[in-house]
Design a protein around this ligand. Structure first.
Ligand code: NDP
Length: 289
């Protein structure tokens, strides 16, 4: 079994190191706050005294840190020679590309990645993760990475995994903000959250049936065609306006619904009123090059 090092033992690093140990891999760990390694050490992991020693202990090191800057702060460049690193920390695609160049410049091989589930779901059938970087490095470590979750290699460009990660997380974070904002509308009107949120969960799970699957949406966006008379820009835009006016009448923060209404206003002004709501794509600056 390949020895694996895990650096960064927040909830994600701890869960990943635990999965590797359970699968029988020799695991070396390092964390700035050493106590976060205690449980893993009790389960059989080896605690390294320094980051350099941790990287030297295994051909493969997984980083799970706040962002890429932390990697530069703690990893001595001369530790990289002949080693493979997989950075599963969040950052921008450009930061990931820079880091791949930095590692290659010091003789290391580098994959970037983004895990798409929270720590309790690591090593469950629901877990999946994006990777990008040299295909041969991914192929060499795919069996280990599979222990974290279903791995999907997106290509050689080291920025792709972070691009997919951030794009998915945009949907996730915006949805979470809208959940809280919508709840504020209801609670400001004197209705307890518990009477509202279960209905919203029903709405969330119904969205794919309402808007079509990803392939249908992609086809419309790629073709730039938005026919349809069910969910037109005019109808949805009127609702976006009602949401903003309701927000204002209750004195709740208006930033999120104002941004959404502005998409519809722009689409209507551009003549897309009778098109399907997907026509908003055409009026987002930068979308069509
Ligand atoms: P945490 O914030 O709990 O842990 C961050 C890790 O970075 C800790 O090990 C922390 O060390 C370390 N760290 C931060 N700053 C420094 C520093 N200056 N020097 C040394 N070490 C430092 O994060 P998570 O485990 O939740 O997440 C790790 C990564 O995974 C993040 O990039 C996150 O975006 C991503 N992710 C998280 C998910 C989640 O649900 N939590 C899901 C998918 C991805 P210390 O313990 O000493 O503070």
């Amino acid at each position: 079994m390949t020895p694996v090092t895990v650096i960064g033992l927040g909830p994600m690093g701890q869960a990943m190191a635990g999965a590797l140990l359970r699968a029988g891999h020799p695991v070396t760990v390092w964390n700035r706050t050493p106590g976060r390694a205690d449980e893993l050490v009790r389960a059989g992991a080896v605690r390294a005294g320094t980051v350099a020693a941790a990287i030297a202990a295994s051909p493969l090191t997984i980083l799970s840190l706040t962002d890429y800057q932390v990697m530069y702060d703690i990893v001595p460049p001369d530790a990289l020679s002949g080693r493979d690193l997989v950075n599963l920390s969040s950052d921008t695609p450009d930061a990931a590309r820079d880091a791949a160049g930095w590692a290659a410049g010091h003789g290391g091989r580098f994959l970037t990645g983004g895990v798409m589930v929270p720590a309790p779901m690591i090593d469950t059938p629901a877990a999946y993760a994006y990777y990008s970087g040299p295909p041969e490095v991914f192929a060499a470590h795919e069996p280990v990475l599979r222990l974290i979750g279903e791995p999907r290699h997106l290509g050689a460009d080291p920025g792709l995994a972070q691009l997919f990660y951030q794009a998915n997380l945009e949907v996730f974070l915006t949805t979470l903000s809208s959940l809280l904002h919508a709840t504020a509308l209801v609670t400001a009107s004197g209705v307890p959250a518990r009477e509202f949120l279960p209905d919203v969960m029903r709405l969330l799970t119904g969205i794919p049936a309402m808007v079509g699957d990803g392939a249908e949406l992609a086809a419309a966006l790629e073709a730039g065609k938005h026919p349809g008379d069910l969910s037109t820009v005019t109808m949805m835009g009127a609702t976006a306006d009602h949401i903003l006016r309701t927000t204002d009448s209750l004195g709740i923060d208006r930033e999120l619904p104002a941004a959404v209404r502005s998409h519809y206003q722009r689409a209507i002004e551009a003549g897309h009123g009778s098109s399907n709501w997907t026509a908003l794509f055409e009026v987002m600056p930068g979308v069509r090059q």
